[in-house]
Design a protein. Structure first.
Length: 450
């Protein structure tokens, strides 16, 4: 993990948040390369679950919502985590995370009560990860929502929250989307956006942050068809992960045995991160709970009228939710490699070409080839993001591109000036082929489409 963190910093993928002020815990800033990769992750997800998914529609709801939303959803009453304080260094941790990390994801903390967690921590003598002492307070529940207030009068009256999940923006727009699109159940509503949680536990880089992006999809269906759709989404979610480059051996389903009172079934897909098996995404059969609660709290009917049968019902919801930051981290862990070459170690990110920040790096061999190089760069960036580099030895330039996962390097040489052909080097095999400039875009486009 340290190697990935260092690479991310050195090559402009991810920096510590507020670094010049000594940083701020569990916040990270995406740099020029990182923002491209993360945008690609989000675009690919959107393409799969909205654009190419029949009867799915996107929304972009406000982050700040009427506080009643969070009363209805149950977040104000029970969006809590079990926290413990180290009495020695005064650091605060989540008891469930301490156990998960200690057991490398092998213990199912969802099944444990607070008493059982305290007992496990005592029996295994799990020390404070910060100061190494063993001197814990008992577990207490803490609400994880960030509060702020609106306006200047009575703070309690004007208390609002930064959303801890994007899903509620999809639920409260169920009727708007259904009516404006004339969608028939079953249909889906998806959203990508920021969510905020007052996470205390140190985050394992971008795995656990206080501000992160979620990609969530709610599938509204009729009771009775929910079981089949739940299984469908398990498969779709898994297929998406493998399509963008995750080895299926590094993924596993974790079916929840302890369910929320409203849920019919729930599972995570876990990824084998360097720190152990941990949740990458969740799939939940939430029954009609969310829409029924919003009906109750808002006083607005959430009934759907089936035009074929004239039946009125509140749809069931299959929720599929994945963090863009956690997914990007999994993709980097999967792709990072150190290859032993004759005289050096080559660091290379074997990231899927569709996800890579730049698809092509344009590298003129000599300075007097820069004009030609610039022309080629300008024509290629109309198709996909490219990088241009004409400084330093060609070997070093290749290595830089390998480290950020650029799948192809186009080299401009003397022959290019004579016959408009270039060499195209493949990141993974390091093999080079010669091809006409006019064919680069279609060659690369073929490889970056999933
Ligand atoms: P965890 O148990 O790891 O705290 P969760 O079960 O609370 O996660 P959900 O509420 O199901 O997570 O959120 C859906 C997805 O959002 C998660 O699968 C994860 O990918 C992402 N996510 C949740 N919390 C965070 C966080 N603090 N930082 C980054 N991503 C997160």
């Amino acid at each position: 993990m340290d190697k990935i963190v260092n690479l991310c910093k050195g090559r402009g993928l991810i920096f510590q948040g507020s670094e010049v002020y000594g940083g701020m815990g569990n916040t990270w800033d995406y740099g020029p390369v990182g923002v491209e990769i993360k945008n690609n992750v989000k675009k690919l997800w959107w393409k799969k679950f909205v654009t190419e998914s029949e009867n799915s529609f996107g929304v972009d709801a406000a982050i700040l919502m009427n506080s009643k939303v969070w009363e209805a959803s149950g977040h104000i009453a029970s969006f809590t985590d079990p926290k413990m304080d180290c009495k020695k260094c005064k650091s605060r941790f989540r008891a469930d995370n301490l156990i998960e990390e200690y057991s490398k994801g092998e213990i199912d903390v969802d099944l444990m009560s607070n008493d059982e967690m305290e007992k496990y921590i005592a029996e295994h003598k799990i020390n404070c990860p910060r100061c190494g002492n063993f001197d814990w307070t008992p577990i207490r529940q803490f609400n994880m929502m960030f509060e702020t207030s609106r306006g200047v009068t009575d703070e309690n009256q004007n208390r609002i929250y930064l959303r801890p999940e994007t899903a509620q923006g999809e639920f409260v727009n169920f009727l708007n989307v259904q009516r404006s699109t004339r969608a028939k159940v079953p249909f889906g509503i998806a959203q990508i956006g920021k969510a905020f949680r007052n996470e205390i536990t140190p985050g394992n880089f971008t795995f656990r942050t206080i501000e992160f992006e979620q990609m969530e999809h709610q599938w509204f269906c009729k009771e009775g068809s929910d079981g089949e759709f739940y299984n469908d989404y398990k498969k779709k979610a898994h297929d998406f992960l493998t399509a963008i480059g995750i080895n299926p051996e590094h993924l596993r389903f974790h079916d929840h045995e302890k369910l929320a009172h409203y849920a019919k079934s729930a599972c995570d897909i876990q990824y084998l991160y360097p720190f152990g098996w941990s949740e990458l995404n969740g799939i939940h059969n939430r029954t009609d709970y969310d829409l029924a609660r919003h009906q109750e709290f808002s006083g607005k009917s959430m009934l759907y009228l089936d035009p074929m049968t004239n039946e009125k019902f509140i749809p069931y919801v299959i929720e599929y939710s994945i963090g863009a930051d956690r997914l990007m981290l999994a993709l980097m862990c999967e792709a990072y490699d150190e290859e032993q070459l004759e005289n050096e170690t080559r660091v290379v990110l074997h990231i899927h070409p569709a996800v890579a920040a730049y698809k092509v790096a344009v590298l003129p061999l000599q300075k007097n080839m820069s004009d030609k190089g610039r022309d080629i760069y300008r024509s290629l960036v109309k198709h996909f993001a490219c990088s241009y580099d004409d400084a330093g030895s060609i070997g070093k330039r290749y290595r830089r591109q390998d480290e950020i996962g650029t799948p192809y390097c186009v080299t401009i040489d003397f022959e290019t000036l004579e016959n408009d052909s270039v060499t195209l080097r493949d990141r993974d095999s390091m093999e080079q082929i010669r091809l006409p400039i006019s064919e680069i875009a279609s060659y690369v486009n073929d490889k970056i489409t999933i």
